[in-house]
Design a protein around this ligand. Structure first.
Ligand SMILES: [Mg+2]
Length: 209
């Protein structure tokens, strides 16, 4: 594979951060207790997110997906997919959120992305049970591990937050917005600032011309 794009989901494909909103809505007490611990890095995402998700009754899973359904996608995403398809470059979605949430938001676009790697949950017990194929280090989805499954000479990362930092540092071209841009500034790592996917398409069209 020559080139590949790794794209975060929450706050990147979606305009708003959806996953934290879900945790707060469906497990308010535990989220109030554990989210600040995770932000302060006294608790890993891997432990904290798992604990919060597994406190949510399975019977509420459909509500979670319904809550997700109305989340808008950032402008230009379909145009970027069109362009990448034309170029023969796959886009892989890598998310620390729920697989079902990603699929719900993407809807018919699911078949247009190469793969989705996110946290799966089992819903046949009394409470959600977390299943993650790429659990590692401090993360439920170790994005760098996902990346290493796809050898390519040019790896492009698109993201918005701290959870994308390691992925960005492994990429040859980085598109960063919001807090990810700040972290990269601190690391003095060059990146391209972006706000919508059309800018990414235009940049890549120019780069690959
Ligand atoms: Mg994000």
């Amino acid at each position: 594979m020559r080139r590949i794009v790794f794209c975060d989901f929450d706050g990147t494909i979606t305009v708003e951060e959806t996953f934290v909103a879900v945790l707060k809505k469906f497990a308010p007490e535990l989220s109030a207790k554990l989210l600040p611990e995770m932000y302060a890095r006294r608790l890993t995402l891997r432990q904290g997110v798992r604990q919060i998700l597994e406190s949510i009754p399975s019977s509420r899973y459909t509500e979670i997906l319904e809550f997700t359904q109305t989340q808008p996608i950032r402008p230009g995403f379909v145009e970027l997919l069109d362009f990448l398809e034309f170029q023969g470059v796959p886009l892989v979605v890598v998310s620390g959120g729920l697989q079902g949430m990603v699929e719900t938001v993407l809807d018919r676009l699911v078949e247009r992305v190469h793969a989705i790697h996110a946290v799966d949950v089992e819903t046949n017990g009394s409470h959600l049970k977390v299943l993650s194929q790429y659990e590692g280090g401090t993360e439920l989805i170790a994005k760098v591990e996902v990346m290493s499954q796809y050898p390519a000479y040019q790896k492009i990362a698109i993201g918005d937050s701290l959870t994308d930092l390691n992925m960005a540092l492994q990429a040859s071209v980085i598109f960063a917005r919001d807090r990810l841009a700040e972290y990269l500034d601190e690391q003095k790592k060059p990146y391209i600032r972006w706000d919508n996917f059309s800018q990414i398409r235009d940049y890549l069209a120019n780069l690959w011309k």
